[in-house]
Design a protein around this ligand. Structure first.
Ligand code: G3D
Length: 200
């Protein structure tokens, strides 16, 4: 009987857990994005005004539509980019943040993106490209950013890939992005199964 009840309890409380890497060049807005995601979801995160640019790894969790998302916010500085691929095999989705207000570094951002998607451990993994800082009037709109990141469509292949406009600062677009991502990781769960965790 205990085994039966324990099994039932586990079935009721366990949640599928998906790991999401937040990547992009330094200064793109990864840290603000991660904090804003937590705030939007009533997660008691750090307020964006209290945090500094990513220099290592920030981890946050949110629960949404019956699943748990764990965010790994890796640093974007060149020396830290070499660590990204250590996390690819464990990840279920990538959020790639682009600074839409930095025309000078857009090519560098695209090259870094191309290098990332060429990694075999990311094959089939959903990619959400966020054109961040849309609150700045003179920034590149999604119509400008999208063709740049869709240029190498053959490298993206059949995986889900979406370019969306957001402002990590105001939170605009963040919810839509997260919901899109959750649908994708669930759809992709046969190929990359979630971790099952008891809800504690
Ligand atoms: P990183 O973690 O990718 O390195 P941060 O980048 O999240 O630290 O953000 C870098 C700078 O961009 C910060 O400014 C941050 O406030 C700003 N930023 C991030 N997202 C947005 C956004 O959506 N809109 C605007 N206007 N600014 C944003 P500071 O001045 O603190 O360096």
């Amino acid at each position: 009987m205990y085994t039966l009840l324990h099994g039932f309890y586990k079935y009721m409380v366990q949640k599928d857990e998906y790991c999401v890497l937040i990547l992009g060049l330094d200064n793109a807005g990864k840290t603000v994005k991660a904090a804003k995601t937590k705030l939007t979801k009533n997660y008691k995160g750090i307020h964006p005004s209290k945090i500094t640019t990513t220099v290592g790894l920030n981890i946050g969790k949110i629960e949404i539509t019956g699943v748990r998302l764990t965010f790994w916010d890796l640093g974007g500085q060149t020396e830290l980019q070499s660590l990204w691929d250590k996390y690819y095999a464990e990840s279920h989705a990538i959020i790639y943040i682009v600074d839409s207000n930095d025309r000078e570094r857009i090519d560098e951002s695209k090259e870094t993106f191309d290098k990332m998607i060429a990694n075999e451990n990311l094959q089939g993994i959903p990619l959400l490209v966020l054109a961040n800082k849309q609150d700045i009037p003179e920034c590149m709109g999604v119509r400008e950013v999208k063709p740049i990141f869709n240029k190498n469509a053959h490298m993206i292949g059949k995986r889900d890939c979406m370019v969306m406009p957001v402002s990590a600062l105001t939170g605009e677009g963040v919810d839509e992005g997260i919901h899109w991502l959750v649908d994708c990781v669930k759809r992709n769960s046969l190929m990359r199964p979630p971790k099952s965790n008891e809800n504690s």
